[in-house]
Design a protein around this ligand. Structure first.
Ligand SMILES: NC(=O)c1ccc[n+]([C@@H]2O[C@H](COP(=O)([O-])OP(=O)(O)OC[C@H]3O[C@@H](n4cnc5c(N)ncnc54)[C@H](O)[C@@H]3O)[C@@H](O)[C@H]2O)c1
Ligand SMILES: O=C(O)C[C@H](O)C(=O)O
Length: 334
């Protein structure tokens, strides 16, 4: 990855976004172009991938990017060819996939979306920068990341992650709202497991200005009845209300995830990453953990959390769902 900290002449960072004419990308691309993710000294080159029928719409998005007159935006490539899109990519944001509709679970998208990630894996493996960082957003994001990683053996699994920062942000916002405190005062929240309705938004160690707040949230029983299902079902609630899945908040979460991952973060955040056996999760699935982002794309899973019985039950349930999704996804590809 090019050095991103030099204040003088950092090299251009090549960022590929798939599904670039879709609704998430429409909110995401300006945030990438204006320097709010990779820094206000970091020039970027955007490579935008779409399916062929969406190329006319993509050319409109590209015109708008040019008209935005972003000083850091050095070039925009539009293409329907993954090999061209991923050429030299330092960062790849894989948004392009079908969204779920009202009444569906995200795993109902496996049959449609998994083949997209298998195909893109081959192209990334061959054409991206050897140190490319890949963020999978398209659902079911954890299992798509697993497929991507499996079929892109040149990319270290630790360079692939899936988005659960949206759930993390939702959890922060719900704690802040319930306790009527500013978001930035809330800490110690994290998301375990799958970006699905089995995810475990953990507030056992939540704090406000360093003071534990589990009791103020009503204790474990109340959290189980109200807080946890609110976060687990938030995506579905937005689809029901909007008729479309979340886009503005998803784009914001992608920006947060990339900024933390690539540039580093003092706070503990949530990312779905390649499980290495931590907390008893079987190696290979992409599992959301509390992570520390160390800068330049390095992260570590937070170790040593003493999980109580309440948390363990949720974590085991979401892990079981991921093992089943993995098996289903792999069977679809045989
Ligand atoms: N992980 C998360 O937190 C999270 C949050 C929100 C949405 N999502 C998921 O992100 C995905 C995109 O959502 P959206 O609202 O932007 O959908 P959208 O339908 O508005 O846009 C998706 C775009 O992807 C394109 N696309 C489809 N197949 C492609 C391919 N093979 N290569 C390149 N582009 C392709 C489509 O043409 C479309 O323009 C969905 O799967 C959605 O469920 C994930
Ligand atoms: O819920 C969805 O299908 C979209 C997205 O994953 C979300 O959490 O909003």
């Amino acid at each position: 990855m090019p050095a991103m900290t030099s204040p003088t002449h950092p090299s251009v960072l090549t960022v590929c976004v798939t599904g670039a004419a879709g609704q998430i990308s429409y909110s995401l691309l300006p945030i990438l172009a204006n320097g709010h993710v990779f820094g206000i000294n970091q020039p970027i080159a955007l490579r935008l991938l779409e399916i062929t029928p969406a190329l006319p719409a993509l050319s409109g998005v590209s015109m708008e990017l040019i008209d935005g007159s972003y000083p850091l935006l050095r070039s925009v490539v539009e293409t329907d060819d993954p090999a061209h899109a991923f050429k030299g990519a330092d960062v790849a944001v894989l948004v392009g996939a079908f969204p779920r509709k009202h009444g569906m679970e995200r795993k109902d998208l496996l049959a449609k979306n998994v083949p997209i990630f298998q195909k893109q894996a081959y192209a990334l493996n061959q054409f991206a920068s050897p140190d490319v960082k890949v963020l999978v957003v398209g659902n079911p994001a954890n299992t798509n990341a697993l497929i991507l990683s499996k079929f892109a053996p040149n990319i270290p699994p630790t360079n692939v992650s899936a988005l659960t920062r949206l759930d993390h942000n939702r959890a922060l916002a719900q704690v802040a709202t319930r306790l009527d405190v500013p978001i930035h005062s809330v800490d110690g929240v994290c998301i375990w497991g799958n970006h699905s309705s089995t995810q475990y938004p953990d507030v056992v160690r939540a704090s406000v200005h360093g003071h534990p707040v589990l009791d103020k949230l009503g204790g474990l029983e109340r959290v189980a009845e109200d807080f946890i299902p609110t976060i687990q079902k938030r995506g579905a609630a937005i689809i029901k209300a909007r008729g479309l899945s979340s886009a503005m908040s998803a784009a914001n979460a992608i920006a947060d995830h990339l900024r933390s991952w690539i540039c580093g973060d003092d706070r503990i955040v949530s990312m779905a990453v390649h499980a290495d056996g931590s907390y008893g999760i079987k190696e290979g699935v992409f599992f959301s953990y509390p992570v520390r982002c160390l800068g330049d794309g390095d992260y570590e899973i937070v170790r040593g959390i003493d999980l109580d019985h309440f948390s363990r039950k949720y974590i085991d349930a979401t892990a079981e769902e991921l093992y089943a999704e993995r098996d289903e996804a792999l069977s679809l590809l045989i």
